[in-house]
Design a binder for this molecule. Structure first.
Ligand SMILES: [Zn+2]
Length: 270
């Protein structure tokens, strides 16, 4: 009886320690900002501590692959970086937008240990944010200019809602990595069912991300550089940006959150 009660507490403590180790290493490696490290500690504790090792495998695959891609292409992207909302160091907003939904389902797994929908939602949500991150990191390497997903007009690299061949292949690879792992370490069901659902959730989630980016995401303009940007209130040059279009509350983090959420919903429904 005492052992039964101790086990979850022990797992939570181990989860916290493991999450602290990774968050600290990522902060030292400059993959996470200070606030981002706190966010990662929170999410890691929930996912490792309440989910367990299967859940840890998926979170680590997302975290390690996306950080590695960001670092690998940091120099090539430096020119384009001002077009993006944030630099290479992920802050708490980005960390929560990417892993917040997944953490909630790891928490729900603790209360519904025999349910399979928690795992499907968790896997599909991480597949979606991984697809989106890979597409963002690798899409900029596409030899020709991306096209806006809504109007199909060529747009500058890094423009929200722009899609390309490289970006789409990267999104597929990013979703597939998480989906295959989700199938391999699945707590129940068959490999193909779990992998198939997680892949679909991932792909639709990242498609939704591009659609929001092309339509209702808040886009700003820097009057000094005469450029469109996601940055607000200040551009990289220090000039105040003014809103060009989109919904003011729907910044890049909210768009990523929507991507993660849609992935999870598809994971549950299917
Ligand atoms: Zn500027």
């Amino acid at each position: 009886m005492v052992i039964d009660m101790l086990q979850p507490v022990l797992q939570l403590i181990l989860g916290f320690l493991f999450a602290a180790l990774i968050a600290f290493a990522a902060y030292k490696a400059r993959s996470l900002s200070r606030s981002g490290a706190w966010g990662a500690l929170l999410e890691g504790t929930l996912i490792f501590g309440l989910g367990g090792w299967r859940w840890a495998v998926l979170l680590l695959a997302f975290f390690v692959s996306s950080s590695a891609l960001t670092r690998t292409f940091a120099k090539r992207k430096a020119v384009l970086n001002e077009k993006f909302d944030k630099g290479g160091q992920r802050d708490i907003g980005q960390v929560l937008a990417n892993g917040g939904i997944a953490s909630i389902f790891a928490g729900l797994h603790f209360f519904f240990p025999h349910a399979s929908w928690t795992w499907m939602a968790f896997a599909a949500s991480l597949a979606a944010v991984n697809a989106d991150t890979w597409a963002t990191e690798l899409g900029v390497l596409n030899p020709s200019m991306p096209r806006l997903i809504t109007t199909w007009k060529p747009v500058e690299r890094g423009t929200s809602g722009g899609i390309s061949v490289y970006g789409t292949l990267a999104a597929t690879g990013g979703a597939a990595l998480i989906a295959v792992l989700a199938g391999l370490v699945r707590p129940s069901g068959t490999f193909w069912l779990v992998t198939g659902i997680a892949s679909l959730g991932g792909l639709y989630g990242s498609l939704f991300d591009s659609l929001l980016g092309a339509s209702v995401q808040a886009i700003y303009r820097c009057p000094y550089c005469d450029k469109e940007t996601e940055k607000h209130p200040l551009h990289t040059c220090g000039t105040q940006t003014s809103q060009l279009r989109g919904w003011k509350w729907l910044n890049n983090d909210m768009v990523n959150l929507g991507c993660a959420l849609l992935g999870a919903v598809i994971g549950i429904v299917l």
